[in-house]
Design a protein around this ligand. Structure first.
Ligand code: GZL
Ligand code: ZN
Length: 323
């Protein structure tokens, strides 16, 4: 009998089917984060993606599922549904535009998966559909540009060309809203045209060239208000092709203030670059760690932002630019 008990004990120890838990495989201890990114339409967006990928690495305890929607909202909805099926721990969404998210966010909530909104905002009935938002106040960015215009132009007509970002996106709504208030407040400000540059250099070059081809001879342009840097790059290309000297005949304003825009600022071709900070990865991780610790994150996180002008920019600012 004793021999039988020893045999059974030896078997248990060898097969490990006793009380001790099998070692947790490394894989399951990783926090799985599904990220649905807008696309790669601008320098800002590329830097934003880099910021996420540099934070959510396996060596730092995460498994990252990254989906690029190529600026199509339907692709984002499909990606979020896939993350739900894969039962990720967190969904991070950079929403292309503000509307159309209620049902898919409802599905994520029903699956018990927290959604963190990054950069742009969503317009939903019930804000419990997302755990937190981290980004910038795009209306405040627009106000900085309008205030600069008010200081720069103190009388006489100000002829403005407005190049908008992706229609219905938070930065387009915020930056447009600020300019519309400026136009309403100043009857000497004339809006010559409102064009859709969709935050890309190519689209802006196309729509700006077409506008300039039809510009009546002798019609001056004082300000081109571009809702991001890449639109400014396209607008400057088109303006110079049509004989305009940027920084002398016309002032180009833009948002993001990436390194390439600051270089043009130093050359005098961009008069004002309002910063929009894409380095949001660490803030998103902070929110996830807060929730991992069983705490409720602050709902809204705004990131501090500066502005640069062709008169204040230095080489040191450009060299130290992280994006
Ligand atoms: C701003 C961000 C915008 C950038 C553009 O918060 O959503 O999208 O300003 C980018 O460069 O395309
Ligand atoms: Zn911003």
């Amino acid at each position: 009998m004793k021999r039988l008990i020893c045999l059974i004990l030896a078997l248990i120890l060898m097969t490990g089917c006793g009380k001790q838990e099998p070692e947790q495989p490394e894989e399951e201890t990783l926090i799985v984060v599904g990220i649905s990114q807008v696309g790669a339409e601008s320098d800002w967006r590329v830097a934003n993606s880099e910021s996420m990928k540099s934070v959510f690495t396996e060596s730092r305890g995460y498994r990252l599922l990254f989906e690029d929607a190529r600026q199509i909202q339907e692709n984002q909805i499909i990606a979020v549904r896939r993350f739900i099926q894969q039962r990720v721990d967190y969904i991070v969404l950079m929403p292309l535009s503000e509307t159309g998210w209620d049902s898919v966010l409802q599905e994520a909530r029903d699956a018990g998966i927290p959604v963190i909104l990054v950069d742009r905002m969503v317009d939903v009935e019930d804000d419990s559909l997302y755990a937190a938002h981290v980004g910038s106040d795009c209306y405040a960015e627009g106000r900085k540009a309008v205030t600069w215009m008010e200081r720069c132009y103190r009388g006489g007509p100000v002829n403005i060309v407005h190049i908008q970002g992706t229609p219905g996106s938070t930065p387009q709504l915020g930056r447009t809203g600020a300019l519309e208030e400026g136009l309403a407040a100043h009857d000497n400000w004339n809006l010559l045209a409102r064009l859709d540059g969709d935050f890309t250099q190519a689209k802006t070059y196309e729509v700006m060239s077409r506008f300039l081809d039809e510009l009546p001879p002798g019609q001056g342009i004082d300000v081109v208000y571009c809702e991001n840097d890449n639109e400014a790059f396209g607008a400057i290309e088109a303006l110079e092709k049509h004989g305009f000297r940027c920084g002398r005949d016309v002032n180009v304003i833009c948002f993001d203030a990436t390194r390439n825009a600051l270089k043009l600022c130093k050359e005098g071709k961009i008069a004002l670059a309002v910063e929009c900070n894409p380095l949001l990865g660490p803030l998103v991780e902070e929110i996830i760690q807060t929730m991992e610790a069983g705490q409720i994150p602050q709902k809204q996180h705004y990131i501090e932002e500066k502005q640069f002008t062709s008169k204040t920019i230095t080489q040191q600012m450009i060299d130290s630019r992280e994006y």
